[in-house]
Structure formats: C-alpha cells, structure tokens
Design a protein around this ligand. Sequence first.
Ligand SMILES: Cc1cc2nc3c(=O)[nH]c(=O)nc-3n(C[C@H](O)[C@H](O)[C@H](O)COP(=O)(O)O)c2cc1C
Length: 127
Amino acid sequence: MLGLLIDFNQDWAKAASALVFVFSQKLATADDGSLSKPIRNHSFDTGTAWGYLALQSLKSGYFAHGMTGVHFERVSAELAAPEEYHFEAAVAIGRLGNKDDLSEKLREREIPNNRKPLSEIAFEGSF
Ligand SMILES: Cc1cc2nc3c(=O)[nH]c(=O)nc-3n(C[C@H](O)[C@H](O)[C@H](O)COP(=O)(O)O)c2cc1C
C-alpha cells in the first residue's frame, strides 16, 4: 500500500506502524439492505472521525499524520473499493521517531508550525 503514496510521503511513512486509507460512505444503507439515499455530509462525518482518531492516537501514545499526497486516481481500484465509497485521505500512525533517522531534507521540516490567527480563518457575515 505504501506505493499508493507519492514518493515524498513514502520516504517517511515507511517507518509508520500503520498506514490507513480513509473512505467515506456516500450512500446510506436502507432497512432492506439497498443503497440509494445519498449521504450529503459523508465527507464531513468522516473528517470528524479522523479528527477523533488523531486525538485518540495521541492519548494512546501514538502520532497520526494525515496526507493527501496520494495517487488518488489509483486508490479505489487497487483497494477494490465499492462504488459507494469515496476515498478521502491517508493517515500514517506510529510512535514518534528519531529526527536523526530522517534524510536531511525531511529533517529540515521538523520545526514548530505557526498557526494562523483566528481573524484569518473565521469572520462574521458573508464572504
Ligand atoms: C489537506 C491536507 C493534506 C496534507 N497532506 C500531507 C501530505 O501528503 N504529506 C505530509 O507530510 N503532510 C501533509 N499534510 C500536513 C500534515 O497532515 C500536518 O497537518 C502538518 O504536518 C502539520 O502538523 P502539525 O499539526 O503537527 O503542525 C496535509 C495537511 C492537510 C491539511
């Protein structure tokens, strides 16, 4: 499955304990087992679930790192995903590694990340 990631992600994600491919379900299952009714919020729900996965990972002593650097066009076919599933993102889960084990290029990225001020990401009224 590592080959479904772009080269850059393969470089570091190969050391992860688990590589998870997250799918959302686009159609609801009716009582008779049929799939017909669209779930409009499938990506929202799955994104929420991923957020909790990240928090639970941390609580359990792991780190979870979301990625969209994935060969999207290949994932559904290679994982034989049924039509009603939409691939969202990949997640690498593992213990915190040693920075010195990384290539120089990757090591340079291991610096604290700045967060945008709230005023840049939320505002009152319309766009
Ligand atoms: C939509 C999205 C896609 C991302 N894709 C990748 C990716 O393919 N590879 C990667 O190393 N980081 C990717 N990231 C960044 C990491 O998931 C993470 O958010 C970033 O390293 C910040 O980490 P921090 O929260 O510990 O500062 C992506 C982030 C977002 C929001």
